[in-house]
Design a protein around this ligand. Structure first.
Ligand code: RIB
Length: 336
């Protein structure tokens, strides 16, 4: 037979309201002995709060939505883990939504999260849902929304990001300092603002070295391995690039594959820089020089920011930027 909050109250000799306040951490003003007695009965009877009944009392479902574009890209599980560890510690459940960066799935999932009465949403910045659409589609939501990794151009919402311009500048400057000038650039999708920010960093580094940029060696990619492979084949076959900066590690792995097929050695014949510092970097040789984003830490900070807003401890809008770091490994060397 299911144990109810009524059974707990009866056995502990207190009111249902008292039990509810104690199990929902709202026990201000209740004697310590009473709390201990109630919690002892909860344990003895193996009581599990009925989530619907609980949410009717606390007006919370103790769930949050986490919307990401591509769970297959190993960058995102690190982000998800940072969020989930904080949510789990707060006794919250995370609904993970994968959008494939599609407009329909982004809007569908936002509607589903509203229907499920989640207490808050962490959204890895809209791609198809550009800022004005996104704002319009969620402005009637009365729950906190935190943007994560993408969406920094949407200043109406708090968010956690890295400084993508600085990161792109650091990666490119590293290659210029190694005397490379024909530095191929494989970007992310143009629809994703953080790719455009990284490109600004690429341009900034060339400008600082007073070297003109050859637009013909800037190739659009798709943040996937296949996109890096196709772009690298074009760069390596038709252009005399001595280095390639790929805007994420998956595309850099595609560069490795293309170079291998063309008999081009890394770093002897070609220097390569990636972005994300994926765990797989420990397995490939030479290990990839890349940008560390601290994805787990970004997820952790975003989740703490969300719970501060859910618990009304903080509502000021803030954008937090994590400093990127350049991780120099064996995939880059001085251009002779
Ligand atoms: O690898 C995928 C890219 O998209 C990462 O660099 C991350 O910033 C995400 O936005």
């Amino acid at each position: 037979m299911t144990v109810t909050i009524k059974d707990i109250a009866k056995q502990a000799g207190v009111s249902i309201t008292t039990v509810s306040r104690i199990i929902n951490n709202k026990a201000e003003g209740i004697r310590k002995e009473t709390c201990e007695k109630v919690l002892k009965v909860v344990e003895e009877l193996h009581y599990k709060p009925n989530s619907i009944a609980r949410s009717m009392i606390t007006k919370k479902t103790y769930t949050i939505g986490l919307v990401i574009p591509d769970i297959r890209n190993p960058f995102f599980p690190e982000l998800v883990r940072g969020v989930e560890d904080v949510a789990n510690a707060a006794q919250y459940t995370v609904f993970l939504c994968n959008t494939d960066s599609s407009h329909r799935k982004e809007t569908d999932y936002l509607a589903i999260m509203k229907e499920k009465n989640v207490d808050g949403i962490i959204f890895t910045g809209p791609q198809e849902l550009q800022s004005k659409d996104f704002y319009q589609s969620v402005q009637e939501y009365e729950i906190p929304i935190i943007l994560l990794d993408r969406g920094q151009e949407i200043e109406d919402f708090s968010g956690v990001y890295i400084d993508n311009v600085q990161a792109g500048y650091m990666a490119t400057k590293h290659l210029l300092e190694l005397s490379h000038q024909n530095i191929g650039c494989i970007t992310g999708p143009a629809a994703i603002p953080n790719s455009n920010e990284r490109y600004k960093g690429y341009l900034k580094a060339f400008s600082e070295f007073q070297i003109p940029v050859d637009e013909s060696i800037v190739i659009p990619g798709n943040y996937q391995m296949e996109g890096g492979y196709v772009a690298a084949k074009a760069l390596l076959k038709e252009r005399d690039v001595t280095a390639i900066f790929a805007f994420n590690d998956l595309m850099a792995f595609g560069v490795y594959q293309a170079a291998y097929e063309l008999g081009i050695k890394i770093p002897e014949d070609l220097s390569v820089v990636g972005f994300d510092n994926l765990p797989f970097n420990q397995l490939i040789r030479p290990k990839l020089t890349t940008i560390e984003q601290s994805a787990y830490k970004m997820g952790e900070i975003a989740a703490k920011m969300l719970f501060d807003q859910i618990n009304n401890e903080k509502s000021v809008k803030e954008q937090v930027f994590i400093e990127p770091t350049l991780i120099i490994n064996g995939s880059t060397k001085e251009h002779a």
